[in-house]
Every structure is written in C-alpha cells, then in structure tokens.
Design a protein around this ligand. Structure first.
Ligand code: UDP
Length: 365
C-alpha cells in the first residue's frame, strides 16, 4: 500500500500532522526509532507518577487556538511553574522578580530593586549587548548575573556566556512584582494523566511502526509514500554533507526515593558551577501527587555526539549559518517537508511546535 505521507518521528509535530491528515482522509505511516511514541514529551508511569523521561515539559502558551487544540486531547491541571534556584547555600525564587530581589538585597519596594539594578548596569557601559553575557548584565545587573545566570548557563550550554546568543536569556521574564510564575503566557498546565496519552489519541487509527530507523526503512521501502514529513535532525537527513550542526544533550540520573516529598518543588535549579547537574526535577509535583514515594531526576548537560539523543539546537551564528545552507537544500525538495525542533533547528517550545504543525496542515492539506 502506498501512503499519502510518511511521517518520520512520533513526537508532537508529526503526531499533530498525522491527526489532522487522517481527519482529512489522508493516509499516514508514522515511524520512529524509539520503542515508544511521543518523542521528548513521552511520560513513563512509574508507581503512579508520570516521569518526564526526556526532561520536564510544562505546557504554556498565549495562543488560544493552540490551548484549545491541546485541551481536546486532555484536561490540563492548574500547575504553575515556579522554580527555585540554589546558589551555594542561598535559595532564590525564579524568574527574576521581587521575591528574588528582596532576598538578594534585603529590599522591599520595586523602586529599590530598580535603583539597585540601574546602579549596577550604569557601571558596565554596555550600549548594545552583543551576546548573552552582555544581554543579561544589561538587563539585571551583576549580582543576578553572577549568582543566577552565569553558572547555570555555562553548565547548560558548555560555552562561556560571552559566546552565546542573547535570545536564550530573553526566554526568562524579569518582573518588579512578587510573582514566581516562570512564564508570562496566558495559559499553562500539565495534562492530567501525562503527555503520552495525548499523543496516543492523536495517533489513534494511524499506522505506527516503532523501532524503525528512517534510513534503513527507506532503503527497503523507498516508495512507501507520496511525501515525507521529516522531524529528525536535518543535517543527518543529508548525511552531514555540509557539516554537522551542534546540539546539547541531557543525561538524566533518575531515582526513586523512599520519601514523600524530597525538595518541595517540581523544579530546583542549581546555579553555581560546582554542582555538576543543572537542575533536579521531582516529577510528582507536576500533578500534585500524593504517592508514598517520590521520583527525582538530576539533569547533566553535555555536548551531543552521534548515537545519543539531541535535545537543544545551539543557535549561535556558526550553527545558524550552517543550518541556512541545509535550509537551502530543504527548500529545493518537492517531496520532503521538515518540521519540529530538530527538523527546523530551532529552540521551539511545545506550543510553537503545534503552531508550526497546524500551519503546515493549512498549507499542505
Ligand atoms: N537560565 C539561567 N538560570 C536559571 C534558569 C535558566 O541562567 O536558573 C538561563 C539559561 O541560559 C537557560 C535559559 O535561561 O538556558 C533558558 O531557560 P529555560 O528554563 O527556558 O530552559 P529549558 O527549560 O528550555 O531548558
């Protein structure tokens, strides 16, 4: 049988596309290298706790259409992400807000915080921030940068802040109110019962082949579909012929502990360089779990190498330039469409992935 679409990757992008294509009477075959669907949003239920196996995923968006879209597959709870940062023996609220400033400087009012930051920024003489370090310093001043940004960012990205693009830090809000909500978005929550169920619903009635590598598969089944939606790494698709794009990977050290509540919060960031991991996730808190035990994951960040999972594209100038060259090749394709974080080499959040998939649906179907 010949399908209308071969969809490579059973993550959010591929699954949204498959769901919409099926509704429109198209046939799809979804293949994935892994032994499960869901891509990196996959949750594994262990003793009643949904473990975010490939890192914490907190759904947030300001796009009402996307919010309503995901809500048709699952009810979402009212979880609000409010991470805590540990720097040596000090503890601060994130994102950078009045709770953070008050603890840092013993102050109380927004004006005092603004004055303190302004005073630190004035000493720097940065007119036009050229990298993450200058961007961060000129937004929040030296204290916040040194204690809450520098160490974390350099562990996370494995590069000095002065060599990283500034957009990464603009993901984080800066507020002069007492508000620990990590996101500025209108809608936020965790799907009750986990993300895997959402993707199961999207792929209901769609042919799925797991443990299937695209390159092996296509060698044997070259002509399986009219078109291919490829959500893997774009440079791998082209056999790295123009060079390799860089990615960061994350290693998770996950353990179950015989205690009910280990750290009192879903996300605790470790912002000094000495602690080797970037953060500890305590999964039960995403769903207000009351289980007797708990499961935590320490996250260790490192440079990606072939054979391991890529997580974050490194969108610095060098890599973006190389990606643009791959993009030129991609633009010439008439039967292959690239999508998702890896296919587009973009630091996309989940809502942006869904938005992009729905846009493709409009164009393509
Ligand atoms: N960041 C930081 N300190 C923190 C948390 C984040 O400096 O305690 C910076 C860091 O550079 C990180 C970026 O903000 O890469 C984006 O953080 P986010 O939490 O959005 O990253 P993700 O959850 O996607 O890993």
């Amino acid at each position: 049988m010949k399908y209308d679409y071969l969809i490579v990757g059973a993550g959010l992008f591929g699954s949204v596309f498959a769901y919409e294509a099926k509704k429109k009477g198209k046939t799809c075959l979804v293949i994935d290298r892994r032994d499960h669907i869901g891509g990196n949003v996959y949750c594994e239920n262990r003793n009643g706790i949904n473990v975010h196996k490939y890192g914490a995923h907190i759904f947030h968006t300001s796009n009402k259409e996307v919010w309503e879209y995901v809500n048709q597959f699952s009810e979402f709870n009212n979880y609000v992400n409010s991470p805590v940062a540990v720097y040596k023996d000090e503890l601060y609220n994130l994102p950078f807000n009045m709770n953070t400033f008050s603890k840092l400087w013993g102050i109380r009012t927004p004006q005092e915080a603004k004055d303190k930051i302004a005073e630190q920024i004035a000493q720097l003489n940065i007119t036009e921030p050229k990298n993450l370090e200058e961007q961060a310093l000129s937004l929040v001043g030296r204290d916040v940068y040194e204690k809450l940004i520098k160490g974390y960012t350099e562990k996370q990205w494995g590069r000095p802040c002065s060599e990283l693009p500034s957009f990464i830090i603009k993901r984080l809000p800066l507020r002069f109110i007492y508000d620990n909500n990590y996101f500025n978005d209108r809608y936020q929550g965790i799907p009750m019962g986990g993300y895997t169920k959402i993707v199961e619903k999207m792929l209901d009635g769609v042919d799925v082949k797991l443990n299937t590598d695209y390159f092996d598969f296509i060698e044997k089944n070259g002509d399986v579909a009219e078109k291919t939606i490829f959500t893997g790494m774009i440079d791998e698709f082209y056999h790295y012929q123009l060079g390799t794009l860089q990615y960061r990977t994350v290693r998770f050290e996950t353990e179950e502990l015989e205690c009910e509540n280990y750290q009192g919060n879903a996300v605790v960031n470790y912002t000094d360089r000495e602690v080797p991991y970037t953060r500890i996730i305590e999964h039960k808190h995403f769903e207000f779990g009351k289980q007797k035990t708990t499961i935590i994951s320490r996250e260790y960040s490192s440079e990606w190498k072939p054979g391991i999972e890529p997580y974050y594209p490194i969108n610095d100038e060098k890599n973006n330039t190389l990606f643009a060259k791959y993009r030129e090749l991609a633009d010439k394709e008439t039967k292959v469409i690239f999508g998702g974080r890896l296919g587009n080499y973009k630091y996309y959040d989940m809502d942006k992935v869904i938005e992009a998939a729905l846009e493709l649906v409009k164009k393509e179907l």
